[in-house]
Structure formats: C-alpha cells, structure tokens
Design a protein around this ligand. Sequence first.
Ligand SMILES: Cc1cc2nc3c(=O)[nH]c(=O)nc-3n(C[C@H](O)[C@H](O)[C@H](O)COP(=O)(O)OP(=O)(O)OC[C@H]3O[C@@H](n4cnc5c(N)ncnc54)[C@H](O)[C@@H]3O)c2cc1C
Length: 500
Amino acid sequence: MATEYFDVIIIGAGLSGIGAACHLKKDCPQKTFAILEGRQAIGGTWDLFRYPGIRSDSDMFTLGYEFKPWTKRKGIADGADIRDYIREAATEHQIEPHIRFSQTVKAARYDSQKARWTLDVKQQDGTVKQYQCHFLMSCTGYYSYEEGFTPEFAGKEEFSGDVIHPQQWPENYDYENKKVVVIGSGATAVTLVPAMTDKAAHVTMLQRSPSYVITVPQQDVMVTALRKLLPEKWAYRIIRGRNVSITLGIYRFCKGFPQAARKFLQWTVKKQLPRGFDLSHFKPKYNPWDERLCAVPDGDMFKAIQQGKASVVTDHIDRFNEKGILLKSGKQLEADTIITATGLKVQMLGNMDVSIDGQPFVPNQSMSYRGVMFENLPNMAMVFGYTNASWTLKADLISRFVCRLLNHMEATGKQQVVPINDNPNIEKRPFIDMQSGYISRIREQLPKQGSIRPWKLYQNYFLDMSLLRLASLDDPALEYSSPESAPHHASEQQPSQSMP
Ligand SMILES: Cc1cc2nc3c(=O)[nH]c(=O)nc-3n(C[C@H](O)[C@H](O)[C@H](O)COP(=O)(O)OP(=O)(O)OC[C@H]3O[C@@H](n4cnc5c(N)ncnc54)[C@H](O)[C@@H]3O)c2cc1C
C-alpha cells in the first residue's frame, strides 16, 4: 500500500485546523501539508450542530481569526454564519486542495529513529491507509463526534414522544405546538429554550441545579461606529482588544471577588424576570466561573420567560413515563418532545491511539508544554483553546508558535523536538481548572499542567501573547535532536510524495 508523506499533517478541518493551515501557509510556505478530516465537511462543531438557534456564546470579534476580520453585524453569531466564515477563510487562503475528507485517524505512531509519524487512517470503505509526516498537529476539538453524553433515564422506552440529543438533531424536526422539555442548564439549553418558543406550545427548561446566566448584547453600537470611521481591519483589532479585556476583566472579578460577582450576576437576572419569579432557579451553588458562564444574547431567554412561553423547573428526574417526566418531588412534567441537553462526551486527541517507539502515550501522565505540546511527546502539537474566553484566541497563538518552532528547526537543521521536564519539584495540576460536569467526568484522562512555567497554563490572552510569541525557542525544556537515520531535511521531500 502506498504511503503519502507530508512535512506537517493537521488532523481536523474545524475552526482550529483551518486556522492552523492558514498560519502554516503564510509562515512556513516551504512546508508541505495536508489536513485529514474524518467528516465530509469543513467547520467541525459549526457544521455538526444543527439544533434550533445554534449560535456562539462568545463574540465573533474574539472567536474569529486574528487574520480575518469578522464583518457581519451580529457579534454573537449563528452557527451557519460561523460555518461560512470558516469556509471563506479556507477559500481565501487556498486551503481546500490540502484537505482530505472522510479520513479518520485511528492511530499515530512515532518513530524516534526516523523522526517521523506514521498514521493509520480509516477510509470511507473501511480500509486503512497510511500517511507519514514529520510534525503532527491535532486540531480534533475536545469531544466525540459519534454521540453526545446522555445519562441513563429509567422508563425512557415508555415515553411516547421523541427524545433528542442536540448533537443529533433530526433535519427539519417539526416541533410546532409541541410541549417541549429541555433537560439541562448549560449553554445549549439556554440557547434552545428561547429559540424553540417560536413554534412550540411551551418550552420548559428542567435543571438539576442552576447555572449562571449572563445577558450579552448581540450587536454592539461601538462596532457600527468604528466601522464607519476606520478601515475594517483596524476596527476589528480595536474591538477584539476591547472584548478580550472585558472578558478577562469579568473573569478576574469573578475569581477575585466571588461573593460580589455572585450578587451582581443575580441582580442582573432579577431585573429581567417577572415580578414574583422564584429566583432560586438562577442561584447556583458554585462560584461564578467555577463553571463556564452561560451567555444569552439580549436576554432572549428571560424575554421568553416574561412572555410566558418558557419556564424553568429545578428538580431531579425520577423516571420518564408515557406522558413525560416524573420528578423526584412527585410533580409530573408533560412533554411531547424531550431534549437531552446533557452535554458532550469529552475526548482528547480525536480518540487516536498515540504511541512513541511502540510505547503507548498516556495523556494523563504528561504535562502540557505551554498549552502547545506534551511532555515527552516529540514533534506533535495539540490545539486546545481557552475555556474562559474564545477558543480561537489561543488556537491562533498555538498555530503561530508551531510555525515559529518549525522554522527554528529548519534553520538549525534539527529534525526532532521534545519537551522534557527535569524538575522533580513541579506540582502537577489539572489541565482544565473547571468543575463543569463534562470536565469532572473525564478529569483523570486529561493531561496535566505544571505549577510553574513553561508547564503552567494561563487563561490569559495578553500574557500568553507575550509568552508564546516572544518566548525563546532555545528553551532548556525543549530538547532538539537529529536522529541519524532521519532524512536530512524533511521539507526536501517532494510534496505529498508516495512512498512504497
Ligand atoms: C454547541 C457548541 C457551542 C460552542 N460555542 C463556543 C463559543 O461560543 N465560543 C468558544 O470559544 N467556543 C465554543 N465552543 C467550543 C468549540 O468547539 C470551539 O469554539 C471550536 O469550534 C473548536 O474548534 P476545533 O477545530 O478545535 O474543534 P472542532 O470544531 O470540534 O473540530 C474538530 C474537527 O476534527 C475532526 N476530527 C476529530 N477527530 C478526528 C480524527 N481522529 N480523525 C480525523 N478528523 C478528526 C472532526 O471531525 C472535526 O471536524 C462551542 C462548542 C459547542 C459544542
């Protein structure tokens, strides 16, 4: 079987993979590369999720790429517009010819004698094809595309209506005049609830415990004004900088003054709810930003409650029954459709089996190097965005760092780079410092971060910007080498060379 070789292989054609490819094309034009995508479309998350109202909950001035201004009116954008934006970026940078669709990477094996990765890639017909590369970038997101997370609900088979997980939304699903119950209180639930009030008879959000919900403007007056005064690129940069500062400021305030933040958030919610509404539905037990804040554009969820089209129930599910859901309190919730907005199945590295010289790589035994590479894992980076701000802010920084690293290796004639920690006193900490259910469920499988640089992760764009853009690549924590049997310069190979 012929094996194709590229200098760099990017896995995933979502927001991160397309962004990485654009950076690579610009900063490392001499490198050959391919994107291997398991699905048949560009866009990842923004192509997969099709439930009513699907939208970002962070603004597109920070969720957009640093190199491509977001030009639409709405800052909180619809899923379809984000999908178009990613496709547009791919077209503008001539990325499409580099994408191989229906290529699911199952295993990645690194050979340190040759400084080379070999990938086992499942084809649409079930056969396996091999690819090889010098450097691997995992842009596979953080959850399984196969199915979402649904807890076991007793009596599910007795329910006479439809049970739908938002990740597998049936095309053109008709919910006109239906009584809808949305189970969950996260970002997806607070999006679905107001969106479905357009046709549903009533929508109930059933939550086990409340989340913090914050109203954000869908459109921004400053954006309109700046766009009139300044060239698009400048306006984008200014708004982006301002929004990063606001998000970081809110995060810092919440972490530093949790009681004051709690009071403030609850005050903003109270103002938007009808008189006499039971506010305990919006009083979480945890502190703000121990879990992600749920954003609602222009308070659409509160408006739906005001209009009597939506309601909130805080209770535990006893079981499903024919007519809907029986709650632990003894109350019956009637439903024609139940939506299980109960989360994602988190997974790392696209569920690939990764090994080095025949030894399996176990992510939870490894620390992240600057949030870019893994301890003891050569020639590989993983793009993983911020959890307290827009994903792409960090994704852009990681991709640029990788390009700098590749150029540094090229310039110094090195074939291999591996982050090594020789400080036994570093304390290993969780990779993601949040209590959200989907993170807690898999915390033990996630990699770690360290207590000090360069192993510590900062949820701070401005700090990362200086650390990742300016950090010396002659870092003692990076071990460079050139194995004798490695080809002298990987990039001297012909583009997409087939090897017997
Ligand atoms: C409903 C929803 C809303 C969100 N809203 C926001 C938001 O407002 N702001 C924010 O910052 N973040 C948000 N996120 C997080 C979001 O996932 C990121 O913003 C961003 O889309 C991640 O892009 P990505 O390319 O890294 O991953 P993804 O979008 O998940 O794309 C990964 C791609 O890799 C492919 N892939 C995975 N494994 C393999 C494999 N083994 N082989 C081949 N291909 C593979 C997948 O098919 C997919 O195309 C949201 C997530 C969800 C689910």
